[in-house]
Design a protein around this ligand. Structure first.
Ligand code: FES
Ligand code: FES
Length: 141
């Protein structure tokens, strides 16, 4: 099935109802996307599908036919958001971090603190208390 993955054309064979999360990690070898709850509650598995954050644990692979999928690997490692997360101490265990980064990427430039809080409301973090994450997103956007 053809789609766009991190800016490049992809053609991946996988069962259509397999979870996007698993296709990304297993068929595509992109293990940056994490599984937390597996039930759409924690946001750890967030990726962008055509610019919108989705829980990849809830999305069947068939859903992304022809779509643009962005994972944390698509940020390249030196994205301003990634640098800001490192500099602000916004990642501790790191399980929530890829999903936080993708949810933050989908926010408009210059998003207010309230917009950041709302945009990240579906992404849970058990480590940081969120303040450093909000600071990093404000700095990296
Ligand atoms: S693993 Fe997908 S929302 Fe928790
Ligand atoms: S850094 Fe551990 S869950 Fe967020």
């Amino acid at each position: 099935m053809r789609f766009e993955l991190n800016g490049a054309p992809a053609d991946v064979e996988a069962p259509p109802m397999k979870r996007l999360l698993d296709v990304l990690r297993e068929e595509c070898g992109l293990t940056g996307t994490k599984e937390g709850c597996g039930e759409g509650e924690c946001g750890a598995c967030t990726v962008l599908v055509s610019g919108e954050p989705v829980c990849s644990c809830l999305v069947p692979f068939a859903h992304v036919r022809g779509a643009k999928v962005t994972t944390v690997e698509g940020l390249g490692g030196n994205h301003p958001l990634q640098r800001a997360f490192a500099e602000e101490g916004a990642a501790q265990c790191g399980i929530c971090t890829p999903g936080m980064l993708l949810a933050a990427l989908a926010l408009p430039p210059g998003a207010t603190l309230e917009e950041i809080r709302a945009g990240l409301a579906g992404n849970l973090c058990r480590c940081t208390g969120y303040t450093a994450i909000y600071r990093a997103v404000q700095r990296g956007k």
